[in-house]
Design a protein around this ligand. Structure first.
Ligand SMILES: Nc1ncnc2c1ncn2[C@@H]1O[C@H](COP(=O)(O)OP(=O)(O)OP(=O)(O)O)[C@@H](O)[C@H]1O
Length: 279
């Protein structure tokens, strides 16, 4: 019997624009790449289906504009979807399409089931709160009230991501990019989410800092067995982190498989180009 995925996404679509007769009608086909030449609608995510299993890292790779971030924003309820479904394997709620829930229920999922680490820490952190205050904010949102417990959890998480505790009262705006990302990761982990989304988390960091953050993510995944979706335009990041990989182009999945298999024997011409560029 197959294992049940912790997250199942079915036929997810997100378009910017209302569409027109030309782009709805396959015969007339006015869509070039992901863009309708006739009405200007962008089909950012087109019919994406995927499964995420317990304890695995699923990598999503693709060039700029391929729809990776939009897909993550849809899954994390940062943006409304056009159509599709997502199911989280929660006791008694396995068949609940989370996109159809109320905003309060979606907030509960964000507070209890999901963590998110954005490319830009400004989106994940309150830059003018202390670092430990950022973690407390997330713990309070998840229903914690005991101040001593929250402080102990905050210290443990900051230590795990190598932020020295004598700096825990400092605001992230005073930290380097790599430190900000580590505080963001600590905050995202504070509610013990079974599912963590990471969107281009090392883009813009120096190579050595990138390596530290990637090592940290790998360590967290090994120790906590969290399921992760990692989005990157950088195949080297995906190679280091992901068990399985999905390749996106123009809003669509064009190839998927075990990461080793996709990298060793790419089938689609675009994936071949990506892989060969690393040689
Ligand atoms: N608010 C918006 N309005 C219109 N089009 C948008 C909007 N946000 C994104 N898009 C378009 O959706 C498509 C997918 O963008 P998205 O940012 O998801 O790609 P990406 O693969 O994450 O690229 P990058 O790595 O550069 O962020 C692009 O064509 C983009 O221009």
């Amino acid at each position: 019997m197959h294992e049940t995925p912790i997250l199942r996404v079915e036929n997810l679509c997100k378009q910017y624009g209302t569409g027109c007769q030309e782009c709805q009608d396959k015969e007339r086909n006015s869509v070039e790449k992901n863009y309708c030449k006739s009405c200007g609608t962008v089909f950012a995510v087109r019919d994406i289906s995927l499964d995420l299993y317990r304890g695995e890292i699923l990598g999503i790779v693709g060039e700029s504009g391929s729809g990776k971030s939009t897909m993550m924003q849809c899954l994390y309820f940062d943006t409304d979807i056009t159509s599709g479904a997502a199911y989280i394997n929660r006791p008694g709620k396995e068949n609940e399409n989370v996109f159809e829930l109320s905003s309060q229920q979606k907030r509960m999922i964000r507070n209890h089931d999901y963590g998110m680490v954005y490319q830009n820490p400004v989106h994940g952190l309150k830059m003018n709160f202390s670092s430990i205050g950022n973690i407390a904010e997330k713990l309070i949102a998840a229903g914690n009230r005991n101040v001593s417990d929250m402080e102990a959890t905050g210290k443990r998480l900051l230590t795990n991501v190598h932020i020295p505790l004598h700096r825990m009262k400092e605001e992230p705006e005073k930290f380097s990019g790599g430190m900000q990302q580590r505080v963001q990761i600590a905050k995202a982990l504070s509610n013990n989410p079974p599912i963590l989304f990471l969107d281009e988390v090392t883009t813009g960091l120096d190579l050595s800092v990138q390596a530290n953050v990637l090592d940290l993510i790998k360590k967290i995944q090994r120790e906590l067995q969290i399921s992760m979706i990692v989005v990157s335009h950088d195949l080297a990041v995906i190679r280091m982190l992901a068990d399985r990989t999905i390749v996106m182009l123009n809003g669509e999945i064009i190839e998927e498989g075990l990461t080793d298999q996709v990298l060793e024997d790419p089938q689609h011409a675009y994936t071949q180009q990506l892989v060969y560029s690393l040689l």
